[in-house]
Structure formats: structure tokens, C-alpha cells
Design a binder for this molecule. Structure first.
Ligand SMILES: Cc1cc2nc3c(=O)[nH]c(=O)nc-3n(C[C@H](O)[C@H](O)[C@H](O)COP(=O)(O)O)c2cc1C
Length: 194
């Protein structure tokens, strides 16, 4: 089974990063659909550390505003939905439910470095899967790392083991506001085959 060319265009070839979105609300059901696709993609030991905080009201988005860089602030508080892509440092507590090898949670207990590395790596991968899934269900995304992670964590995650990684604006992308595509490295520049 392979993806058809329309699907590949939606997810990759025509999929762009959006700074601006149409004035059209995003139904929560579509966010769920995107999550339900993204959750099927692989993580180490099936640990699934990504957590997403969706900010969908103006009040919630305004709470994020002060943590954003000045170039990212206006477009983000205007986006229909903002996803804070985070990871849960207590992810390993779910391993008895999620992974077939009994006792896998013990690999992580007390291992702060391994916990952080595993949560960050797999959470970032899941964040990327989520963006591609969002495109697959017809949404546009605008990922951003230009913000103060500590400030976001203090505002939203002070009582939890979640930590922010990147934020991602979500909506129906405004194709009129997208610049020309910047070049990509080709296979010979980015890859080696031994
Ligand atoms: C992890 C990540 C962080 C990014 N941070 C920012 C940001 O802080 N501000 C911004 O305007 N764009 C940001 N971008 C958007 C990229 O510049 C954009 O995705 C890239 O230029 C490719 O654009 P295209 O998808 O339209 O080809 C970020 C993208 C990613 C994946």
C-alpha cells in the first residue's frame, strides 16, 4: 500500500507553513481526528510522551502572548487555535499499560537524563507527526520555537510534569499570505548511503 499523489501533495509537496489563517473556526472534532492519526506513529517503547494543550479561546491565547517573541505574538494570538506541543516527564508511568515488556517503567525511574532525552525526542517526533496529521485532515499549521519555554511552563504547567517544546498555530491556512517556498536540500546534500 502506498499513499496516492494527492495525499502526498497535501502533506508534503503543497503543505506550507502558515502565518495567517482564514476567519473560520476549527472544530474540536478535527483536532481529535488529527490526534487520533498522529498517535498511531512510532515512539520508543511506545512511550507516547507528547501532550498537547490546545488554546482555543481568546482568553487562553492571550495568556500565551507575553511568552512569545515580538515577531510571533500578533499572528499567534490571532490564530484560530494554538497548540502547545509538550511532553510529560512522567510518561514512563504509563508504560505498564502501553508497552508489552513488563517492568519497562523501571528503565526510567530515577534516571532524569534519560527521562528528559526520551521525552524530548519522542515528544518532538510526535509533534511532527501531529502537524502532518493536521494537514491530512485539511488544516494548516504554523510551528514556532520563538518563545520562552520557561514562561510557558510557568503559566500553564506549574502544577504538572508537562513541559513545552514548541507551539503550533492551527487553522485553515490563508494561501494568499504565503511567501514563495524556500529551497530544500536535495538528497545528495543531506544524505549519505554507505
Ligand atoms: C520547530 C520549528 C520552529 C519554528 N519557529 C518559527 C518561529 O519562531 N517563527 C516563525 O515565524 N516561523 C517559525 N518556524 C517556521 C519555519 O520557518 C518554516 O516552517 C520553514 O521556513 C518552512 O516553511 P514552509 O513549510 O512554508 O516551506 C518554525 C518551524 C519549525 C518546524
Amino acid at each position: 500500500m502506498t499513499a496516492d499523489s494527492d495525499m502526498l501533495d497535501v502533506i508534503f509537496n503543497e503543505g506550507r507553513t502558515y502565518d495567517a489563517f482564514l476567519d473560520k473556526p476549527v472544530p474540536e472534532s478535527l483536532l481529535q481526528e488529527a490526534y487520533d492519526l498522529a498517535k498511531m506513529a512510532p515512539t520508543s517503547a511506545n512511550c507516547q510522551p507528547m501532550r498537547i494543550l490546545f488554546l482555543s479561546t481568546q482568553e487562553a491565547k492571550d495568556r500565551l502572548g507575553p511568552a512569545l517573541s515580538s515577531t510571533n505574538r500578533e499572528k499567534t494570538v490571532k490564530a484560530p487555535v494554538v497548540a502547545v506541543i509538550a511532553h510529560d516527564l512522567a510518561f514512563y508511568e504509563n508504560l505498564p499499560k502501553l508497552y508489552r515488556i513488563p517492568g519497562a517503567e523501571k528503565w526510567f525511574m530515577g534516571q532524569d537524563g534519560l527521562i528528559e532525552e526520551t521525552a524530548f525526542r519522542n515528544g518532538a517526533l510526535q509533534g511532527a507527526y501531529f502537524m502532518l496529521a493536521a494537514r491530512a485532515v485539511g488544516l494548516g499549521v504554523g510551528p514556532m520555537s520563538g518563545f520562552d519555554n520557561g514562561a510557558v511552563d510557568a503559566e500553564f504547567f506549574s502544577d504538572s510534569s508537562w513541559r513545552s517544546n514548541f507551539v503550533c498555530n492551527i487553522g485553515y491556512g490563508d494561501d494568499g499570505a504565503v511567501p514563495d517556498r524556500d529551497p530544500r536540500l536535495d538528497f545528495a546534500e543531506a544524505c549519505k548511503v554507505l
